[in-house]
Design a protein around this ligand. Structure first.
Ligand code: NAP
Length: 434
């Protein structure tokens, strides 16, 4: 009998693991589970909609799903339709690739006020994730403050800053595009608790702030150091130097007449979100960086805003029964316990780009293969369980029908208009809508 594997999560790390398993264990059978009808996880819901070309990575993964050895079991949630233990009992090995699908919290007063959104939710909303279809963020008060100075914070600011015309070619969800364009946005604030040199963003993404039709980016040249000091070498130092040069360029720009002003503020840590029944302002403390860490100076200031978006990193949220170690799944080089393994952001935390997952998933698969013992029943036994439970599995052909309808339904100038409600996707497959 051929070896059988389950992969939980069809985002990049899971799909790289599938490719590695196919190479390392010829003739194996792989079932890839996803709790949504549509595959590809972060590529569909995390990558910014105006970075649509990056989403072409999913073409490579689509080829994997066309192979006879690989099945897609969409709309199956591990923890609801099947337990992780049932997967472990039925497959020779199980690879968790569920990403970091939970926002880290700031841990400051006011964080639960209406108008505070984690990036997971906010990005999910504009990317058409069914979980956040009805987020309806409060963008009516003129200002939005984004906490964090990584690439996710830049994505959020850029999507808010662009005009409808600038979003042409993107696959932003129509409900979000309409809401953003209707919002009376006047000020965007992006706050880093440390300085420009410590920022997590990268030059390509930072450079995209140089040309907006309706938004002026304001950088205080006084916050920019003369050179990159500190413990940085090689490629990392080069990135920091490019970032600094771009920030200097932004600081030198003068665009006072544009309707939205986007302020990039460094050395400011959020300490409280203020408001009676919803967000009215963000209180921050000025900081200085000592030995690489932000330390408060005791000087506070308030910034009026109607919404706060936190882009401060994510936590893993694996199915019940999977051990955690802080914010990630407890693992030793990708091995969790028994025949259970973990890859991607659940394994290492939210860092790196999509291709970072390739070598890492291959390494974990290498370990898995070393420990592999075969003989479990495989996917037929799981199909029987799903049948008994009345699960509505969406296979890859089903996804292709959904995807074709999304492309056919795209508004002029956009590549696709995603379905944002699971019942509408299922109705399409049942011949009842679309
Ligand atoms: P990130 O680069 O780690 O940025 C997180 C930011 O949150 C940092 O500025 C961090 O500051 C700040 N932060 C954390 N806790 C905070 C707190 N309590 N108060 C204030 N600030 C706090 O992560 P990310 O932006 O979420 O991105 C995740 C990964 O996805 C990264 O590897 C990123 O490069 C990647 N990504 C790539 C792209 C792209 O390639 N286009 C797009 C999006 C995301 P400290 O540094 O001081 O902790």
């Amino acid at each position: 009998m051929s070896a059988s594997f389950a992969i939980v999560g069809s985002g990049p790390s899971g799909m790289y693991a599938a490719d590695a398993l196919l190479k390392e264990v010829p003739g194996c059978r792989i079932d890839v589970f996803d709790r949504l009808p549509t595959p590809f996880g972060l590529i569909r819901f995390g990558v910014a909609p105006d970075h649509f070309k990056t989403k072409n990575t999913s073409r490579q993964f689509a080829r994997t799903f066309e192979l006879d050895e690989v099945r897609y079991l969409g709309n199956v949630e591990i923890g609801r339709d099947l337990s992780i233990g049932e997967l472990q009992d039925n497959y020779d090995a199980v690879v968790l690739a569920t990403g970091s699908y939970n926002d880290r919290r700031l841990g400051i007063p006011g964080e639960d006020l209406p108008g505070v959104y984690g990036a997971c939710a906010f990005v999910g909303w504009y990317n058409g994730h069914p979980d956040y279809r009805d987020l309806n963020p409060l963008l009516n008060g003129g200002g939005v403050a984004v906490i964090g100075i990584g690439n996710v914070a830049l994505d959020v600011c850029r999507v808010l800053a662009k005009t409808r015309g600038e979003m042409q070619g993107s696959d932003i969800a129509a409900h979000a595009l309409d809401a953003i364009q209707a919002a009376p946005l006047e000020a965007l604030h992006m706050f880093g608790r440390r300085g420009p040199v410590e920022a997590g963003f990268t030059p390509k993404e930072l450079g995209e702030l140089r040309e907006f039709e309706r938004c002026a980016v304001i950088v205080d040249g006084g916050q920019l150091p003369g050179s990159v000091e500190g413990d940085f070498e090689g490629r990392e130092k080069g990135i920091k130097e490019k970032n600094l040069a771009l920030l200097r360029e932004l600081a030198a720009q003068d665009k006072p007449d544009l309707p939205i002003q986007m302020h990039m503020g460094f050395y400011a840590a959020p300490v409280e979100i203020l408001g009676e029944s919803q967000v009215e302002a963000l209180r921050l403390e000025r900081t200085q960086v000592i030995d690489g860490r932000a330390q408060g100076t005791g000087e506070f200031f308030d910034v009026p805003c109607a919404a706060v978006v936190t882009a401060i990193g994510y936590l893993a949220l694996p199915p019940d029964g999977v051990p955690m170690d802080g914010t990630i799944v407890a693992n030793d080089a990708g091995h969790v316990a028994g025949n259970l393994y973990v890859v991607g952001w659940s394994k290492r935390g939210p860092s790196g780009t999509i291709p970072t997952n390739g070598p890492e998933s291959r390494d974990v698969v290498g370990l898995l293969v070393k420990n592999l013992e075969t003989g479990k029943p495989g996917g037929d036994a799981i199909d029987a369980l799903l049948g008994e439970r009345g699960a509505r599995v969406v296979d890859y052909d089903g996804y292709k029908i959904i995807s074709a309808a999304e492309i056919a339904g795209a508004p002029e100038g956009h590549p696709q208009e995603k379905f944002t409600r699971i019942d509408e996707m299922l109705a399409l497959l049942d011949g009842g809508g679309g």
